[in-house]
Design a protein around this ligand. Structure first.
Ligand code: CDP
Length: 788
């Protein structure tokens, strides 16, 4: 896309420096834990050591004797206000605090309110809870067996542990295609539970003003407006009506989907503040964040791919068991219990597909959050990109050749997938060819063949993924009934500077910069003079928040549309000032001039001033607009990644030697920020591929409940990422942009797994589940007799 604005204006395509960084790199961000209010009290939480147990008694006496401990809140306390249960975003129910039994290890059991954080922790130690352990259900397959203990005894009619059964596609047509297939490959895959691990844990400061009857909650939420509505729905009956609630998300240190749900700690803090009449702060510690907050993935998948012998894919069939823990608290759009898993046909022109997913309750914390991914797209992409390689291996075909043969051709867009999505635009072959060229694919294959002769283990893995982001069109997408539009309100002030407010909330993605660039692009007001605000429900227009890479596709589009409304009014004012007809005006970024008279121009700054000082008779003063944007479709960013690994035969360690990522997110607002998003995303994709996993023992005890055992990548483990792009604009987005925030997290894991399997394929290895730890690899090497 050719640049429309000068670097000084800094519209689309300029790598201007992030406006938020001066405060972040000087340690001057304002996070929830920075907020100090007069008389503020502190909440700490008693948590269950058992994964499933009856609560016989909660003895608070000793805790209440500690000087500074003011109250201990239990399920019984909340039950008086009918606040001990709350709805989840998937219309399931979740305990705020239990009365009868606990359902997972680290579940909240009671809240201690004290005058300082340390006293609150002492109070937690002193609360005595008597439990009576119950049989624990950890394995989701066993949870569905007849005779398994029914976990949700609070649901009167519930006779088993199945949450939902969901299917999509043409079962009969797919079966027919499988029956006629020349070749069928089948593979089971497991994407384990992983933790979001944002730098900042969750927390809030709840501040109820008894005089005004008004509640302000500063909190780490990615979706402040939706949270306000949920609070009003949950606590309306105790007087918290929506106009009396203000949610403020200040600076947020990473969200990645983990800060979308409502956690019990928020509700306990609010209840305590309302009852006591003082501000109450709750900040999770790192282990609480790791052990008790919502998890991602935990999908057990069996996939089958049918094809012709020449490699043409003909049909895909997938069966999945989704472990949701003890409640379905996924942040999916209501209609999609398995999120956007049905994007699992990926980048391929598959005529037939059928997928089914069963959601299951187990004695684990709630799962199902979309960790840097658009509602299960990671699971879908992992499946199809692994299956493409399994098929290539079976056919002894090069995986790049197999992909190029099966890609949806560029001329077939917009493309209707077998599972019902309309892909907006794409050119998959161009992205893969670019990646192959950059990495030197043909030479690498030669090198690999030579190394194999010498017994060295080198692998090359490809992932050509398609994402579906920008939830979403209101005909399909809602959360708790609220349609998933998003919004922007722009006010141009008399001196030609602007304030733009959005319904989303950045957690580090750089919205203050890129949204300002959108306004700069559309109005010619320099991005430096566009102040972006998000996250305060008192000031920002209603929107559904930031997750699933929806900010650019939805709120970014709202920004462009609001700016265009302002430009329309500016045109009328310019016509008045220049004394010409509107039809005789020409717009170039930042000014209107008369046709054929470019020297007689009115800048947006002149026009803004006139809007308040000299507007045309009959026109309202001011220059502002609001847009609530309902996207006509999702956007479908894509990319091709190629990873080269070397495996140490002595230790089983996988070393990523090179990783080339070619991404396409349509027109780019800020190339530097997009590159940063991809670098971060690739690291977050490598992490589950090689390191991260949460496991439980048979009693539901979490294994690896601290960062001593749960491995996160650091700069030491992170290779040098090599990035490239192709640009295929979205035809329906006003700026031609698609989302990008998650592409790399989604696309990277299968490229890495495919590379490792490729390195071991000649030994008869066809699949490995993630994380591919040195131990797992070494065991295979030992078994195959090639360990050094
Ligand atoms: O919703 P979220 O902000 O996480 O994801 P996104 O919309 O993909 O945007 C991530 C960051 O990349 C934002 O600062 C976007 O404005 C920027 N971006 C961009 O500059 N150009 C694009 N085509 C897409 C995103």
């Amino acid at each position: 896309m050719a640049l429309q604005t000068t670097p000084e204006v800094g519209g689309m395509g300029h790598s201007i420096k992030r406006k938020e960084d001066p405060r972040f790199i000087r340690g001057q961000g304002n996070y929830v834990d920075d907020i100090q209010l007069p008389g503020m009290l502190y909440l700490d939480i008693v948590r269950s050591p058992f994964a499933h147990a009856k609560i016989k008694k909660i003895d608070t006496e000793k805790a209440l004797k500690i000087p500074g401990v003011l109250a201990v809140i239990t399920g019984e306390t909340l039950a008086k206000y009918n606040l001990h249960w709350m709805p989840t975003l998937m219309s399931d129910t979740q305990m705020v605090l239990p009365i009868e039994k606990v359902m997972y290890q680290a579940q909240e059991v009671a809240g201690v309110i004290a005058t300082d954080r340390y006293t609150a922790a002492d109070g937690v130690e002193a609360v005595e809870v008597e439990y009576d352990p119950l049989p624990v259900v950890v394995d989701p397959f066993k949870a569905l067996e007849p005779g398994a203990p029914v976990l949700r005894t609070d649901k009167k009619d519930k006779k088993d542990n199945r949450i939902f059964h969901w299917e999509v596609g043409d079962r009969a047509g797919t079966e027919k295609a499988f029956a006629a297939a020349e070749i069928v490959v089948k593979q089971s895959l497991y994407l384990p539970r992983i933790h979001v691990a944002s730098i900042e844990t969750c927390g809030c400061v709840a501040d109820f003003d008894r005089v005004k009857g008004r509640l302000t909650v500063y909190m780490t939420t990615q979706a402040p407006h939706a949270i306000r509505t949920v609070f009003a729905l949950v606590a309306g009956h105790v007087g918290l009506s929506e106009e009396k609630i203000r949610i403020v998300s200040p600076d947020i240190g990473g969200g990645f989907g983990g800060k979308v749900p409502v956690y019990p700690g928020y509700v306990i803090a609010v209840a305590a503040s309302v009852v006591i009449g003082k501000p109450v702060k709750w900040i999770e510690d790192r282990m609480e964040n790791l052990q008790a907050d919502s998890f991602a993935r935990d999908y057990h998948i069996t996939a089958e791919l049918a094809a012709r012998k020449d490699g043409t894919m003909t049909a895909l069939r997938i069966k999945t068991l989704a472990d949701h823990g003890y409640t379905d608290a996924a942040a999916n759009p209501s209609k999609f219990p398995a999120g956007l898993f049905s994007i699992c046909t990926g980048s391929y022109d598959l005529k037939h597909a059928f997928a089914e997913v069963d959601g299951v309750y187990t004695n684990k914390p709630p799962g199902g959050i979309a960790y840097r991914c658009s509602f299960r797209v990671t699971e879908a992409v992992h499946t199809i990109e692994r299956m493409a390689d399994v098929l290539a291996q079976e056919l002894k075909m090069d995986p790049a050749e197999l992909r190029l043969k099966n890609f949806i051709p560029a001329e077939k867009f917009p493309y209707k997938s077998a599972l019902g999505w309309e892909y907006d635009s794409g050119n998959y072959a161009a992205a893969l060819k670019k990646a192959m060229e950059k990495i030197g694919y043909a030479d690498l294959r030669k090198e690999q063949a030579e190394k194999r002769k010498r017994g060295e283990l080198m692998g090359i893995g490809i992932s050509s993924f398609t994402e579906s982001v920008g939830a979403g069109p209101s005909k399909h997408f809602d959360i708790l009934g609220i349609k998933m539009f998003d919004s922007c309100e722009i006010r141009v002030h008399p001196t030609g500077k602007a304030t733009a407010r959005f319904g989303t909330k950045s957690q580090g993605q750089g919205h203050e910069t890129t949204y300002a660039q959108i306004v700069a692009e559309e109005l010619g007001i320099p991005a430096a003079h566009v102040e972006v605000e998000e996250g305060d429900t008192d000031t920002a227009p209603y929107g559904l928040g930031t997750y699933a890479s929806r900010s650019t596709p939805v709120a970014g589009a709202a920004g462009a549309m609001a700016a265009r409304k302002i430009r329309e009014k500016a045109k009328k004012i310019a016509a008045h000032l220049l004394e010409v007809g509107e039809e005789d005006l020409v717009w170039e970024p930042g000014k209107f001039s008369g046709k054929g008279a470019p020297q007689k121009a009115k800048t947006i700054q002149d026009i803004a001033f006139a809007a308040y000082t000299n507007h045309p008779p009959g026109m309202e003063a001011g220059l502002e607009a609001v847009s609530y944007y309902d996207p006509p479709n999702l956007t479908f960013p894509f990319g091709s990644y190629i990873c080269v690994v070397d495996i140490d035969r002595g230790t089983g360690e996988v070393k990523i030697r090179r990783f080339v990522a070619v991404d396409d997110c349509g027109n780019i607002i800020n190339p530097m920020i997009v590159e940063g998003q991809i670098h971060g995303g690739l690291t977050m994709g490598m992490a589950p591929a090689l390191m991260e996993e949460i496991q439980y023992d048979e009693n539901g005890n979490i294994q690896g409940g601290s960062f001593m055992d749960y491995l996160l990548p650091t700069a030491m483990e992170t290779p040098k990422w090599e990035t490239e792009k192709t640009v295929t604009p979205s035809p329906h987005h006003p700026l031609g942009a698609k989302g990008v925030g998650e592409s790399a997290t989604v696309g990277a894991p299968p490229a890495i797994v495919n590379a490792v399997v490729d390195a071991l394929a000649h030994l008869g290895v066809r699949h490995m589940d993630i994380p591919i730890t040195p131990e797992k690899v070494w065991k295979i090497l030992k078994e195959k007799g090639v360990a050094a």
